[in-house]
Each structure stands twice: as C-alpha cells, then as structure tokens.
Ligand binder design. Structure first.
Ligand code: SF4
Ligand code: SF4
Length: 612
C-alpha cells in the first residue's frame, strides 16, 4: 500500500509497512545534534532518550521509543525543527550547567514521593525551595533543593561517626558545620536520593548504563572534579599522570556491571592509558613505601622512648578528626604522609627527574575511594616537591604548585572513563608503567580495615627480629568488628596492636588512650575513618553496605595472596627508589618529602566536643 507522509517539510510517497527508523535510514536523515556542548560527546549511547530526538506529528519524542512505530498516512516527521532544536538546547544547557541528565534526575523523584508518603516533606512546598548549595569544600556538596529531609545523613554523622557536623532545621533542612566536618563522606553513602538507580530494565533498554550521566546525583555528594581532569587531559602543555588507591581496584568494576570485589587492576591500567594519561602508575607502590617509613618510625619510637601508641596516618578523615577533637593526641600520629601524598611528592621529584619532565607541567591525578583525600591534597604543607625544586634553585617561588593536582573519587573515576567511552569490563589486562607501578601483597590490603597494621607488622617484625614472620595474616585484624586487637612477640617483647574503623569506634579508642585506659598501653593503633576501611570509603561506588564491604575485602585479600612478593620491603622499585634517591627510611630527604606535620584545629571548631 502506498502512503503519503512529510519528512523535514518534503512530501514523500512510500510503500508501507515501514517504521519511522526505516524511513530515516532510507532517506539518509540523521538526528540533529547542536554544536558547542562538550557534554553531548560524553554520551556513548545512540539511543539516548535525552538527546536523540525526533519530532512526530508535532511532538518531540525519543527515537529510542518511537523507532519501531509504523508510519501512517499523513504523518509528519522532522529531524530538525524550531521546537526540536529548542527542546535539545534546553536539555543540553541543563546537562552543561548541572552536570545532571534530566531523564535520570527523574529517578530522584521516586525518593521524594516516598518521603512525602512517610510525612517527611510536602512535594508542593518542596517545588518552591530555592536554596543555595551547601557543604564542606573542597569535598562535600549538599543540594538542599533535591533533599527529601530524611535526616539519614544527620544520623550517620552524629550517631555513627559521632562527629556532629550536621544538624537539622525545620525551615532550612540540613545544615553544615564545616569546622567540624572531617570530609569522610559517609553521609553521601546514606543519602537515598543518589542511591536510586534507574530501573535495570529501563537502563538496558535505553542503553543508559554506558553513559557518563547514568548515575543520579544524591542530595549529598562529592564536589565533581571530572571536568578539571578532562580538560587537563586535552591540554598539550601538561603531562598528566595518574595513580589509583588500593581499594579502587576491588570496587570500580561494580559501575561496569561486574560483581562486587572483582579485581580490575589490569583493566584499569588499560582504560586509563586509553583515556590519555601519559603515565599510569599505582598508589600501591607508595603504600609499600609508606610501610617502610611508618614501620621504621615505629621501631624508632620503640627504641628511643618515643610517644606511644603510634597512630597510623593514611586516612585523612581520621587525621582531621584527630586534629579537631583530639589535638592532645597529635604527637601519637605517625608523621609518615599517606600513600596518596607520598605519591605526589615522589612523582614530581624523583620521577620527574628520571623522566626529564618539568615538575611544573606535571599534572598528578589521584583516584581514591575517599572524599577526604580531596581536602588532604589541598593542605598548605602538601607542596613538598615545590619546596624541593625551589631549594635546588631550579624554579622560582612564584612557580608554587601542590604535590597533587586533582583527586577523583571511585564514582568520579567511573564517570571519567564513561566520558571517554571506556567500558572497563571489555578492557584487556595491562601492566602499570615502570618506576612507580610495582607493588607487593602488603599494598592492596591497605584497602581494608586492619590491612595497614598487617602490612606494617610484616616489615617491622622482619627488620626488628632479623627473620620473617611465620604467619603473614592476622585473621582477627581483617574482620569487620569495630575495634580489634592482636599481639606479636618481637625479640621477647610483646608488641600490642589495635585497629579501629569508623569514627565512632575511633572515639572510644582515643578516649581510652587520653584517659590512660586500656589502649594507652598499646604500641601501634590503626585508625580508618570509614567502616570497613577504604573499601567502605565515602567516595566508593553506591551501594556500599555490609555485603559489598565483605566482597571488596575478599577482593583485596585475593590480590595479596596471589602475589609472589607479599612484604613491602621486597618491592624492587621501592628498593631502587631508596638506592637512587632517598638512601634510607627516615633519612634526610624522606623527612622532607615523605613526612608531614599536623595542625591543632580544635579552636576552629565551633565547639570543642562533638554533638552525639
Ligand atoms: S563528611 Fe563525614 S563528618 Fe562531614 S558531614 Fe558527612 S558524615 Fe559528617
Ligand atoms: S541530604 Fe540525603 S540523607 Fe540527608 S536529609 Fe537530605 S535526602 Fe536525607
């Protein structure tokens, strides 16, 4: 049967039956794509319901839904019209300004409707809210207009973390006291607005899972630094290098349809390389380096009557908590920088020197499971590479740069990969680049509670006793119990160690140390701000719950057991670094580049004690 239709204002006679897609293909009509919106190039989905639009009989509709519809007599189809152009312009402007897909944003409304039926909000009143964004820069962002006022974040901050940085006001909603906020990001993990995913069948049908904008933004979320890294990668004057944390390799696959705990180390090296990073290195390398410095520091304190117990210093949320609430315990903190910060300092000195790269042009990106790492990277004292080159007279004081240039959470890293159309699941397995890429089994376990302690004991014992530990794993330290203890005999002395994760548990142990209680008699205590350690960090893939924490813990443990070398001091590249650059742990140069100082922040906090 022949039918008459109109396509882009042109009359056509066609032999029916035909679908709308058939007609567009036969007539070589492609869909309209306005220029000037970089964000539209980040959508790797030919059926995107947001921007792949067609106008049928005067209605602007997604081609994904209308492609198989039969054309009828008299139908008008436009791939470009003032109405369609206006709709696309509006959608892309929204995408550009808010970095949020309007289609996915609708999923936030599921949480809002539920909140109304629970009596938490009135949807009509909520539609009138026009609050300014709040939060704790440079880590946490709160959108009060998207909030459903469930107070889950307030409970997490006050009851679980026992920090008291969040409060609730009937008129204003959630309020921040950023002088107390540790930036741990646990509030983000509890926010139901960002938890809601687009239903799987819709995501699959529409192809949204591959899109950089496929995750709905929470009312509580991290400050988004993906754009900063994207533009650095496009800047030919910059040498952009990357490191990723121990815990990231056991979680990032979840955002690409893989099971929690799947190890994606090799795939991530490959994906990051294809994104354009000039060197793909690994924070696991500096996790091993941290153990050398921190383990020797412990032995030094033990032999020289130093302040004990020594506290670990890898978790910046914990560090900030100690600085705000327990400044009297700052001398207990190891002065060793976290692996993230050691990496930045080593990359812009030793690696820059070895590779002939101008440190001012090196742009170091970290991929971390943690929102507090963003504020750690901006600490004033974290510019040691700059001071190193300044002392050598090779740069000017005005050339000041930080050791790190950008920190992305695991969630942001997934977005960045999708912006570059990288599907982690289909990447080949590759190796890290040489120099700062090798690691031992002691490094991946930094990603879970008890891991730093175990890794440190493996090295400290061998250095002190002159023989290897008989058993490398301390089962009791690797569980999800809030506070754990163990002991090991070194040269006839019983070394007592403890592990606390989650700031509520840290508070119990700190109170005990402060008051001369049980934990004051310990030698070494590991603290992590987040439940489960970094595998449960505030920057991790959502959902982060007991099941995912357990699976991710198993993932990093598997990585440890699979490695031939399992003790940090056996890392050949770390050995080479000491030989060529630092000479020895706790040496003069490592003191300048690998160790740091802390700040008493108790006066900055509006009240010296947390609200509980
Ligand atoms: S980041 Fe941590 S300390 Fe800050 S508001 Fe959230 S839960 Fe509280
Ligand atoms: S920010 Fe999220 S968790 Fe906090 S009250 Fe609002 S909706 Fe609830």
């Amino acid at each position: 049967m022949t039918i008459a239709i109109e396509l882009n204002g042109r009359p056509l006679k066609l032999e029916s039956p035909l679908t709308i897609l058939n007609v567009l293909q036969r007539e070589h009509q492609s869909l309209y794509q306005p220029q000037g919106f970089e964000e539209s190039s980040w959508i790797d989905n030919p059926w995107c319901p947001l921007v792949r639009l067609v106008e049928v009989d005067g209605r602007v509709v997604p081609i994904a839904v209308w492609a198989d519809r039969r054309v009828r007599e008299g139908m008008t189809i436009n791939t470009r019209s003032p109405q369609l152009e206006a709709a696309l312009q509006e959608r892309l402007t929204h995408l550009h300004d808010r970095q949020q897909c309007q289609f996915i944003a609708q999923t936030q409304e599921f949480a809002a409707v539920e909140a109304e039926s629970d009596g938490l909000i009135d949807l009509e009143k909520r539609a009138q809210w026009h609050f300014e964004p709040r939060g704790s820069r440079p880590s946490i962002l709160h959108d009060p207009n998207a909030c459903v006022r469930c107070k889950a974040c307030v409970d997490t901050c006050n009851a679980t973390q026992e920090v008291g940085a969040l409060s609730f006001d009937e008129q204003q909603g959630v309020l921040f006291d950023d002088s107390k906020c540790t930036r741990c990001g646990q509030c983000i993990l509890s926010c139901p607005v960002g938890f809601r995913k687009i239903p799987d069948f819709v995501a699959e049908m529409m192809g949204c899972t591959r899109c950089a904008f496929s995750r709905p933004l929470g009312a509580m979320r991290e400050v988004d630094d993906t754009g900063k890294v994207w533009h650095a990668l496009k800047d030919p004057t910059k040498c952009v290098v990357v490191q990723f944390a121990p815990a990231v390799r056991a979680t990032l696959g979840e955002e690409f349809g893989m099971e929690p705990g799947s190890l994606v180390t090799g795939k991530l090296y490959a994906g990051l390389r294809r994104l354009g990073f000039r060197k793909v290195w690994d924070t696991n390398f500096t996790a091993d380096l941290t153990i050398l410095e921190e383990g020797h520091e412990l032995l030094h304190r033990l032999h020289n009557g130093g302040r004990l117990p020594q506290f670990t210093s890898c978790s910046p949320g914990w560090i900030r908590y100690c600085e705000i609430f327990y400044p009297d315990l700052i001398p207990n903190l190891s002065t060793a920088k976290s692996p993230q910060q050691m990496f930045g300092a080593v990359a812009k000195t030793y690696a820059a020197k070895c590779l002939g790269i101008d440190p001012r042009k090196m742009f170091v990106v970290s991929i971390m499971p943690c929102t507090a790492k963003k504020i750690e990277a901006t600490r004033e004292e974290m510019d040691s590479a700059h001071r190193y080159w300044l002392e050598k007279g090779e740069i000017e004081a005005g050339d000041r740069f930080q050791d790190l240039d950008a920190v992305l959470t695991s969630r942001e890293a997934a977005k960045l990969l999708k912006m570059g159309k990288i599907d982690l699941a289909t990447m080949p397995e590759e190796e890290a680049d040489p120099l700062l890429g090798q690691y031992t089994g002691a490094a991946p376990i930094f990603g879970r509670t008890g891991g730093v302690m175990e890794a440190a004991l493996r090295t400290a014992y061998e250095v002190a006793a002159g023989k290897p530990l008989e058993k490398l794993e301390f089962e009791g330290l690797g569980t999800l119990d809030g506070v754990k203890v163990a002991s090991v005999a070194v040269n006839g002395v019983e070394l007592k160690v403890a592990v606390a994760h989650g700031l509520g548990n840290a508070r119990k142990v700190c109170e005990s140390v402060r008051s001369g209680g049980e934990f004051a008699g310990y030698h070494f205590i590991e603290f992590m701000a987040c439940e489960g350690g970094c595998i449960g960090g505030g920057g991790q893939i959502i959902p982060t719950n007991t099941l995912t924490r357990k699976a991710r813990t198993e993932g990093v443990n598997l990585d440890d057991r699979a490695r031939e070398l399992r003790k940090s001091h056996e890392n050949p590249e770390v050995e080479q670094l000491y030989k060529e650059f630092f000479e020895k742990p706790l040496g003069h140069l490592s003191h300048h580049l690998l160790h740091t100082t802390y700040v008493d922040r108790s006066q900055q906090a509006k009240s010296p004690t947390a609200t509980t």
